[in-house]
Design a protein around this ligand. Structure first.
Ligand code: ATP
Ligand code: MG
Length: 364
């Protein structure tokens, strides 16, 4: 079986590592032959060779949303999840519009152009988060706006005609997410819900909390949305749990997700293996939790910046190092953590954070 992956980042890298066990061959389409997935694939193709890439693959999936339209138009064959699902996700306006038409609970929002930013902000009501309509990830292209003066920075960084989503700033009690998997026959499984902590718009760590009252609501929305988008493969959904106990959708992603990395060590089947099982018509593996687990992202540090021996001497930890060039705040790797119970898990996460970043964190 030849599996194609659009995008060469760490999500593709882990998909390949997991897929080797199934005996599959992998081909990656990415501009960079040195990207994590390109380096370990059986073959690498630049975007110009999308035709050749398509012809060698029995099935194609993606690990990245922002695939150039030119590549999408020239793909041939079986792309799973569908290119339509990806197109909805590529634009925050389409994504929000889709969710709101189907009645999913969302923060209040408006779509506007740079010229009408102030009007949209007034209509949603301060404070708001302004997000560039396209090409956002890891908090890029996002602005927290507390007063109309804050709009100056957005006007400086962007040009007329560019589109934005302006959304109500949610004072959340917690951020949650869950990754679901759906096979070609429409059978669905959902991995355990995680609680996620972001720093400056980037995921810093997450863990599987004890099951809560909103678990059923979350699982229901993930399953419903997988059907609405006709997903074959994975769908990750991020949520805000508000102060009043409501669950709102922040965004979704039809691909493996950073908040599902813990499944490599904490679940009976990883998100990556289940993606491959779903798109190649194998039975889905159990998404159940083996053991309480979590994950800490390594942001903007190289291996030399850390004392690996100290970090990995915390029992139950495993390192995943993506081999990327170091950049400020970039996701360079992560450490998965498992523990016999919640309390031990929290204290281990705390310890791992401290040993990576050399500072104290107070976990919720
Ligand atoms: P990623 O790709 O890393 O998930 P992203 O760039 O796609 O991130 P979002 O998920 O929209 O962006 O936002 C990143 C983080 O910023 C959220 O997880 C949350 O912590 C914060 N955030 C985003 N929108 C809001 C909002 N409306 N109210 C409060 N916080 C928000
Ligand atoms: Mg997000």
């Amino acid at each position: 079986m030849n599996v194609g992956i659009l995008g060469g980042g760490q999500l593709g890298w882990m998909t390949i590592l997991e897929g080797r066990k199934l005996g599959y061959r992998f081909f990656v389409l990415d501009r960079n032959p040195k990207s994590p997935a390109s380096r370990i694939a059986d073959g690498w193709f630049p975007p110009e060779k999308v035709g050749e890439f398509s012809r060698i693959c029995d099935v194609i999936t993606y690990e990245f949303e922002h695939i150039e339209e030119e590549v999408l138009e020239n793909l041939e064959g079986n792309v799973l999840p569908s290119v339509e699902a990806l197109r909805i996700k590529k634009s925050r306006a389409n994504e929000k519009g889709f969710l709101s038409r189907l009645g999913y609970p969302l923060p209040r929002f408006e779509v506007c152009r740079l010229e009408n930013l102030e009007e949209a902000v007034r209509s949603v009501g301060l404070p708001v988060v302004v997000k560039a309509e396209r090409l956002g990830y890891d908090g890029k292209g996002q602005y927290r706006v507390f007063s109309l003066k804050d709009l100056g920075k957005i006007r400086e960084n962007h040009s007329e005609g560019e589109s934005f989503v302006v959304e109500e700033m949610i004072n959340f009690r917690a951020e949650l997410s869950a990754v679901g998997v759906r096979d070609r026959r429409g059978r669905i499984k959902v991995f355990p819900v995680t609680q996620n902590v972001h720093e400056e718009g980037i995921l810093l760590y997450n863990w599987t909390p004890e099951s809560s009252v909103v678990e059923r609501e979350v699982v229901g929305m993930v399953s419903g949305l997988m059907e609405d988008l006709s997903i074959v493969g994975l769908l990750a959904v991020e949520f805000f749990l508000t102060e009043t106990g409501d669950v709102l959708i922040n965004e979704f992603a039809p691909r493996p997700h950073n908040t599902g990395h813990y499944t490599l060590d904490g679940a009976y089947t990883s998100q990556f293996e289940n993606l491959l099982r779903a798109i190649t018509d194998l039975p889905l593996g159990s998404t159940k939790l083996k053991i309480p687990s979590g994950m800490v992202n390594i942001l903007g540090l190289s291996l030399e910046d850390m004392e690996l021996e100290e970090i990995l001497s915390v029992e139950g930890t495993r390192l995943y190092w993506y081999g990327k060039e170091k950049r400020d705040r970039r996701k360079m790797g992560h450490v998965n953590v498992v523990a016999k119970d919640q309390e031990t898990l929290k204290s281990k996460l705390h310890e791992v954070l401290r040993r990576i970043y050399q500072k104290e964190y107070s976990l919720p």
